[in-house]
Ligand binder design. Structure first.
Ligand SMILES: Cc1cc2nc3c(=O)[nH]c(=O)nc-3n(C[C@H](O)[C@H](O)[C@H](O)COP(=O)(O)OP(=O)(O)OC[C@H]3O[C@@H](n4cnc5c(N)ncnc54)[C@H](O)[C@@H]3O)c2cc1C
Length: 447
């Protein structure tokens, strides 16, 4: 098929958000008698699932301290549940297991989950938490745990399989996905900021509207559009803080121990929920008993037949190199810089052994293949989902996003004229207006 010279809608990025937008836009155009998938092309410089969506751990949870995030996630869980098979989605549930410093935050999450009808169970107090956890895993032994939030919905999905499932849904609607095409710039209208053509390494494509869903490459496309490199943020004290960079990067650290995934089965033989532990207990090495970490730490893990073992991660670290100098490509496991090393393996495996005896001594099976990857973060580490330059629709999820399969749907509906209340808290002008999301006591930049 010839390279298109024109398409009403050009979507940049064949990850979770680009494909979800394409699928919904195509089906809604058709439903409204306004066109269909043949009006949409998705461009990707590499391939389907070549970005963060293809390496994500795949955890789907609701556990967020910020009400707006929770409501958005509840909507996305509905989309995951709409076709678990196509999305390779495992609704095993999710557990947030926390130390005392987080109890108040998690209590409010539980209260608000009840208010929005999101099913979960909440256990408080060190003794009751231990009893509850031992009821699930007989070898449970994590220390300093005083609350357990057990979300009965959510779980995880297999990263590349789900993105291929999404791509198929978009293609079934007639969307054309073209890989190996890199967007290199934008042509603007005469006297207007609107984009009239997307420039690529294969030629220009005239268009009416553009969707940008490029995950870790958000800053690259943002700069091509000449959008602000810095923001001013109105603080809670009412004072303006100016000169804050719009983008920064964190490196996500994840890995796999190559054991039989069944090792993590529940006492009753069932599939376990995703486990997320945040504790302030001193972390000792499972190798030699030395102190690995005295400050609070957090890990998450799940058995995963796709990864072939127990897969999970720990707190990310902020990349201190100035954003303009970061080498995003080659991305993910191919990156010479942003992959996990021995320190991560030692910390994560020791933390697993801290939580459950069955993981003691398993560090020798830590998979040495490179893993982990960069995420591009906004000033407050929450998504920016907004419209710019008159006809450019931007989904920058600040690395929250594999679980957010529904955001593309909301974006598509908005592009067709239906403003989405769920997206309002994620507009770019929240910084200057001081309409910021509440900050939790979690050790992660995204909870
Ligand atoms: C190691 C790791 C683990 C994670 N685990 C989880 C998790 O468990 N749960 C969760 O919810 N989130 C997780 N995330 C975050 C999540 O993966 C991302 O937020 C999400 O996948 C981003 O999706 P996206 O569609 O915006 O971008 P991506 O999936 O990164 O897709 C962007 C695409 O754009 C293409 N592209 C970039 N620039 C151009 C260009 N100039 N021209 C054409 N194409 C271009 C890329 O090739 C890429 O395929 C994790 C992230 C990492 C790195």
């Amino acid at each position: 098929m010839a390279f298109p010279e024109k398409s009403r809608y050009v979507i940049i990025g064949a990850g979770i958000h680009g494909l979800s937008t394409a699928w919904r836009l195509a089906s809604q155009l058709k439903a409204k008698g306004k066109g269909g998938g043949e009006d949409i092309v998705v461009l990707d410089k590499n391939g389907i699932a070549a970005g963060a969506s293809g390496i994500a751990c795949g955890v789907v949870r609701n556990n967020y301290f910020q009400p707006a995030m929770r409501e958005l996630m509840a909507h996305s869980v509905g989309v995951w549940e709409s076709d678990p098979e196509a999305f390779s989605y495992h609704p095993v549930g999710y557990m947030q297991i926390s130390h005392e410093g987080m109890r108040e935050d998690v209590t409010s999450i539980y209260e608000q989950q009840k208010a929005i009808g999101y099913e979960s169970e909440f256990i408080e107090g060190e003794g009751d938490c231990m009893t509850y956890m031992k009821g699930l895993f007989s070898d449970w032994r994590a220390q300093n745990i005083t609350s357990v939030l057990h979300e009965k919905k959510g779980g995880f999905a297999n990263n590349t399989t789900s993105i291929y499932g999404l791509a198929k849904k978009a293609e079934d609607e007639g969307v054309r996905i073209i890989t190996g095409v890199e967007v290199t710039g934008f042509t603007r209208g005469n006297g207007s900021g609107a984009v009239t053509a997307v420039e690529t390494n294969k030629g220009n494509i005239d268009c009416d509207e553009v969707v940008v869903a490029v995950g870790p490459w958000a800053k690259t496309i943002w700069d091509m559009l000449d959008l602000p490199k810095e923001v001013s943020i109105k603080g809670t004290d009412g004072a303006m803080h100016s000169g804050i960079p719009t983008w920064r990067y964190w490196c996500l650290e994840e890995g796999v121990i190559g054991v039989d995934p069944d090792l993590q089965k529940l006492n009753d033989g069932g599939m376990p929920p995703v486990i997320h532990v945040d504790t302030d207990a001193t972390l000792l090495s499972d190798v030699d008993g030395s102190v690995v970490r005295e400050e609070a730490w957090g890990i998450y893990y799940k058995p995963d037949f796709h990864f072939g073992g127990i897969q999970g991660g720990a707190m990310p670290y902020e990349v201190m190199t100035p954003a303009d100098e970061i080498e995003i490509d080659p991305y993910g496991p191919e990156s010479p810089e942003f992959i996990v090393g021995d320190d991560f393996a030692h910390m994560w495996c020791s933390a697993l052994a801290h939580c459950q005896e069955r993981f003691s001594g398993q560090i020798v099976k830590f998979n040495k293949e490179p893993s982990g990857g960069l995420g591009c973060f906004t000033p407050d580490s929450f998504p920016v989902i907004d419209h710019f330059c008159e006809n450019v629709h931007f989904i920058a999820d600040s690395n929250h996003g594999y679980k957010m399969i529904g955001v593309g749907h909301l974006m598509a509906d908005e592009m067709l004229g239906e403003k989405q209340a769920l997206l309002e808290p994620f507009r770019f002008d929240r910084y200057e207006k001081g309409q910021l999301h509440p900050v939790s006591n979690s050790p992660y930049p995204w909870s």
